[in-house]
Design a binder for this molecule. Structure first.
Ligand code: GAP
Length: 451
């Protein structure tokens, strides 16, 4: 990452190149909601596929689910979210604007008394007195059915983990799974954040990738460490994030969520500083025990080999898709000077790039070049899928545009192609160009893209 990259630069690139748009922008947007554009959706899908492969496909004992966003509200009563999924809130007594008390106090804490002390005598960002610190529940409410009364209240899920717990027994039975095993899910979650901010870092509609690993309570430490290692390695090896941009943060008691006995976050160096990217939590038997108590359904596990019955413990791996997208873009953003010209380049791993290849005719007003380039494009698209046709502007401009969206290789058809059936391959990172026979293109590109 270039040391000078700031949040505005990233926001502007995301808008200009079609990664992320403000939602309902023509109506002035809505705080905490964003839409992915054509390039963003490709990048996000590639990140999700990579996670699904590493988490589900590469583990014999991890199974996927895709649950409903709205569940029976008793789920959230049992999980403690209706009572305890809160953030500390403080109000400007003059403007009545509301702020996260921990953000104003500059600490990672949910402890109301501690925050009251830290904020004593402090003013709001508008210079006005602040009211008392209160807790604010972040659950998003709706009504199910035609009658809007207390009986029909339901909640949009605040985390994808909840319905994994309520499907624990279904998955165990249908997959004849023995402990340890995991259940994974990718999907939307909703939180009425007091102050959504920093672009897509803190939003009200987010997407999570979560996995709950059900274990014997005696194996907590080993599994906690394994899933911390998994998250760290995934960031480096599968997403190409540099080690220098990552660090560990252990939660102390005042920061931990109501369900967690231990929590370690991976922090990423976002433009606004090192902030939470990916959490690993020891949720103990908190969730299954509470679901057993509230639902009255037996959720204990009988280990046939050891002839013992117990309530499984859970190690959770939890990450936000939007934060990973932002981390990948920030991590791969470089501003460089090549032959006296400035260029912006996203050095994204080829496996994640929105477009793996771009194909161009050298000149767009020469039909013989365009026809030949179209032929090459058609062949490559069948093999590589996400290939872009680019004939806008001159070739230099096209390379700059492809650099800025992270396309690893550009293929250009020129007048020599018509003579000798060769094309040039231009490498995004080195900017070097090599000539190659068209009939060797597929093999060479597969090797370069590591497919
Ligand atoms: N099931 C556990 C859980 O939800 P969390 O720490 O609240 O734990 C997990 O959230 C991850 O979800 C975070 O590490 C972050 O990547 C992402 N996340 C949480 N709140 C978010 C928000 N408001 N906007 C964007 N991402 C968020």
């Amino acid at each position: 990452m270039s040391p000078e990259v700031n949040l505005e630069t990233i926001v502007s690139l995301c808008k200009r190149r079609g990664f992320v748009f403000q939602s309902s922008e023509i109506y002035g947007g809505l705080a905490g909601f964003y839409d992915y554009g054509p390039l963003g959706v490709e990048l996000v899908n590639n990140i999700k596929q990579e996670w699904w492969k590493a988490m589900v496909r590469e583990h014999d004992n991890i199974f996927g689910v895709d649950s409903a966003i709205i569940q029976n509200p008793r789920l959230w009563e049992a999980s403690g979210h209706i009572a305890g999924f809160t953030d500390p809130l403080v109000e400007d007594e003059v403007t009545h604007k509301r702020y996260r008390a921990d953000h104003l106090a500059g600490v990672d804490s949910n402890d109301v008394e501690q925050l009251m002390k830290l904020l004593e005598g402090k003013k709001s960002p508008d210079g006005n007195p602040l009211g008392p610190v209160r807790t604010f529940n972040m659950m998003m409410k709706t009504y199910v059915g035609p009658v809007e009364d207390s009986e029909s209240v339901a909640y949009l899920r605040p985390e994808t983990a909840g319905p994994i717990f309520t499907n624990y027994e279904n998955v165990r039975e249908t997959m004849r799974a023995k402990l340890p095993f995991g259940v994974a899910q990718i999907g939307k979650a909703f939180r009425n954040e007091i102050s959504p901010r920093d672009f897509i870092f803190r939003v009200r509609e987010l997407e999570q990738m979560e996995m709950q690993y059900f274990i014997n309570p005696n194996d907590q430490e080993k599994n906690y460490q394994n899933w911390r290692d998994f998250a760290w390695q995934f960031c480096i090896e599968r997403l190409g994030i540099s080690k220098e941009n990552l660090e560990w943060h252990e939660h102390d008691a005042s920061e931990r969520a109501h369900y967690a006995a231990a929590a370690h976050d991976i922090y990423f160096k976002f433009p606004q500083g090192f902030k939470e990217l990916w959490g690993t939590h020891n949720r103990t038997d908190f969730d299954l025990s509470n679901h057993q108590r509230v639902s009255g359904k037996e959720l204990t596990y009988f280990d046939e080999e050891k002839r013992e019955r117990f309530m499984p413990f859970v190690i959770e791996s939890s990450v936000g898709v939007g934060r990973l997208l932002m981390a990948v873009i920030v991590n791969s953003y470089y501003e460089e000077e090549i032959n006296g010209e400035k260029r912006v380049v996203l050095k994204i791993k080829p496996s994640l790039a929105p477009y793996r290849l771009a194909v161009s005719p050298l000149l767009k007003n020469k039909p013989e070049l365009v026809n030949k380039a179209r032929e090459v494009y058609g062949t490559l698209k069948k093999v590589f899928g996400n290939v872009m046709w680019d004939d806008n502007g001159n070739i230099g401009k096209r390379y700059r545009r492809q650099d800025e969206i992270g396309t690893p290789y550009c293929i250009t058809v020129d007048f020599d192609t018509l003579e000798d059936e060769t094309v040039t391959i231009r490498d995004r990172d080195s900017t070097e160009q090599t000539r190659i026979k068209i009939d060797e293109l597929e093999t060479r590109l597969k090797a370069l893209l590591l497919i």
